[in-house]
Design a protein around this ligand. Structure first.
Ligand SMILES: [Zn+2]
Length: 420
């Protein structure tokens, strides 16, 4: 395959360089086409390349595929069209048409049966997929001479090891009624969170929203209706924009999460919000399975995408029947290692954190998180604003740089600046 020679790529023009943001110009020669490698193999191929590059001093060493287009394939879920999706579109449409008529108990049994039948796919790996991290390793191997480290703008403010954002989708009026109780649990441990509310699906008690805001919590928009209409057709998407804007104004919201995480990733850039948090890092269990494979935020057009990275409460406690939070805690350790965004997605509603046993498990999770002094706990809107600032800032203090190195195994390791 002929290689495209691109001298001195600017940081902003290369999405992966934007992630590993430095003030230096780098020359990155990349093959122009990333299409011949299946998305599920980007990870192993880039790790193998990084390992080889680490020991070789060959100046013309090139990644086996375009890292930029591989990254886009992952974070924009372009692999979905080629790798199989769990439910054919007609089945998904039928499921939603009849969903309200099917008792919840039966719905759950059907979902469990589907999970048993299809198993967890090989890609994206669940609960954690390292594909984007491994692409970064390949990039770092290109940028740095063997064994040398790269200095880059650290991912988080004040040298924090990772960011923590607590988010909730409110599915019902009863859920909103329980929001203050969840907020109390969080505030008692020094946390604040966001509550994403559906505009026209249940009666909204604006007194509760005002109280949440007064106490430092954030309100986001969780759709106009809690169904799959928004992304069902382009015409429908466009026709709901005005209603979404009205919801944003009414709730003072700058953030959005799509109902049931339905999405067309390319359209997320057009949402009338500063940020979106619809994309999972990896989730095979939602009606629309998939994932962006990134533990870090990224840009879709001018919208900041904040991937949610912890398994949802409903999946963990109800679908999978876990009676502890070990899966969450193990994921937090992976995200800390990646210096990524720990974004929890839970629901205050009956059947979710509305159940006392689930609420106790969530409290235990909050207790564990409050033990980590090196986490930056922030509202999702502040995470999004930070990410924009990190991308834009002209001047940067040397104290805000971290380092990345490629290990002998071809993995990328991160070292933050001294926490302040
Ligand atoms: Zn929802």
């Amino acid at each position: 395959m002929p290689a495209l020679r691109v001298p001195r790529l600017r940081v902003a023009s290369h999405p992966l360089l934007r992630l590993l943001a430095t003030e230096a110009d780098y020359a990155v020669d990349e093959p122009c086409d990333g299409g011949s490698v299946p998305a599920s193999q980007f990870s192993s191929a880039s790790r193998a390349f990084a390992r080889a590059a680490r020991v070789s001093a060959a100046p013309d060493l090139q990644p086996p595929f375009s890292l930029a287009s591989a990254y886009e394939t992952l974070v924009m879920e372009r692999w979905v069209s080629v790798e199989a999706s769990a439910l054919p579109p007609w089945a998904l449409a039928a499921f939603y048409r009849f969903r309200r008529a099917i008792p919840r108990r039966v719905q759950l049994a059907l979902r469990r049966a589907l999970i048993r039948r299809q198993g967890v796919p090989d890609f994206p790996r669940w609960p954690y997929d390292e594909s984007v991290r491994d692409l970064l390793a390949a990039l770092a191997a290109v940028l740095a001479s063997p064994g040398r480290e790269i200095r880059f703008r650290w991912f988080w403010p004040s040298g924090a090891r990772a960011a923590l954002a607590l988010t909730h989708d409110v599915e019902s009026a009863a859920g909103l009624g329980n929001a203050l109780r969840i907020a109390d649990m969080e505030a008692a441990r020094g946390f604040r969170s966001s509550f994403n509310v559906v505009k026209c699906w249940y009666e909204i008690d604006h007194g509760i929203l005002r109280e949440l805001v007064a106490r430092g919590f954030e309100i986001g928009v969780h759709g106009v209706w809690h169904d799959r209409s928004l992304f069902s057709t382009r015409a429908e998407f466009e026709s709901q924009q005005e209603l979404l804007r009205e919801a944003a104004d009414a709730f003072g919201a700058v953030g959005f999460r799509s109902p049931a995480t339905h999405r067309v990733p390319d359209w997320l850039a057009e949402l009338p919000f500063e940020y979106d948090c619809t994309m999972p890092l990896s989730d095979p269990y939602e009606p629309q399975p998939g994932g962006c494979c990134s533990p870090w935020p990224y840009f879709v057009g001018d919208t900041v995408e904040l991937p949610w990275t912890l398994t949802q409460d409903h999946t963990l406690f109800t679908l999978l029947g876990h009676r502890d939070i070990e899966l969450w805690l193990a994921q937090v350790e992976r995200l800390r290692d990646a210096a990524g965004l720990i974004q929890a997605l839970t629901h205050p509603d009956p059947g979710y954190l509305g159940e006392p046993k689930n609420a106790r498990l969530y409290e235990a999770f909050l207790d564990q998180m409050s033990e980590h002094a090196d986490l930056w706990s922030a509202l999702p809107r502040d995470v999004a604003r930070w990410w924009r600032h990190r991308d834009n800032a002209e001047t940067w203090s040397p104290a805000d740089y971290g380092t990345a190195t490629v290990t002998e195994e071809g993995r990328i390791a991160f070292e933050g600046p001294t926490p302040r």
